[in-house]
Design a protein around this ligand. Sequence first.
Ligand code: ZN
Length: 330
Amino acid sequence: MPRVIDLRRPAAVWKEQDVIEGRKVDTFVTIFLTTGCWWSAKKGCLMCGYNADSTPKVKEEHLQAQLAQAMERYDGEAMVKLYTSGSFLDEKEIPLSFREEVFSAFGDAERILFESRAEFVTPEALDGLDRRSQIAIGLESANEDVLRQCVRKGFTVNDYQRAAEALASAGLPLRTYLLLKPPFLTERAAVEDAVMSIAYASKYSESVSVNPVNVQRGTVVESLFRRGDYRPPWLWSLVEVLRRGKAVSECRLMSSPSGGGTVRGVHNCDACDRKILEAVQRFSFEQDLAELDGLECGCRDEWTALMDVQGTMGTTVDVARHLSNELEFD
Ligand SMILES: [Zn+2]
């Protein structure tokens, strides 16, 4: 049965915590149901299934109704995060008049974070933009080949750099998302790629957030996963990336994995997933590497061996899954 989508209801609303200039603050998050990401409609990124939360039927009046519903749950949180499945600065997705409406609705918020692809972050677009704006750009990887072949991002590292420089000139903070373990990379290559990307992106960013791939419905990554040719990253890899990344980062480093501890998300084993995810969350707020000390589990040896084996074999195939027919994946 086809899913019935209520165009007047936001895709999701929740509350969490985030950080403004080192202060932990209450944060209000809304995902607007929009017409979606233009790139997703054309080719799309290999890991992204967010177009499930979009439909060409959405009109401005629907966005207004979604905003009204979201406002019912808003309690004056200092930070507001507004997600769409695409770009908040794409005027085809978020009309300029609606953008203004959103900024005035959240008149009490100190900071309003939203996401945009790099091509919409231009000096012209930033001219006159609300001073409370923080823009998040998914760079995913600072390696041009990885970005093109393993992510299919549809923009280049140079495009990101131009966007970052425009934000710096406008005096607006940038949060950069990096992807941990796009497809076709070994576990070891993925760790190296993320650490290198942190060193690069942190020069332009107020914060860098490392997003371990989670396997989303209807994506190229999902078809690889179903064949046993893709395993989401190990939590040990994320810990390693945060450790080594912190040493080379010039800004705040964080990670808030979606689907962490599940077979489709970043995971180790049932015995240690929760403990390590909690440590990652504490590190993300405190910025203290000591939070990542003393994490031990028997599965670490398996990860260490994999890091070595994959280096020699040059394979990204999920070896363990090919050797097992007992596991069920859904
Ligand atoms: Zn474990």
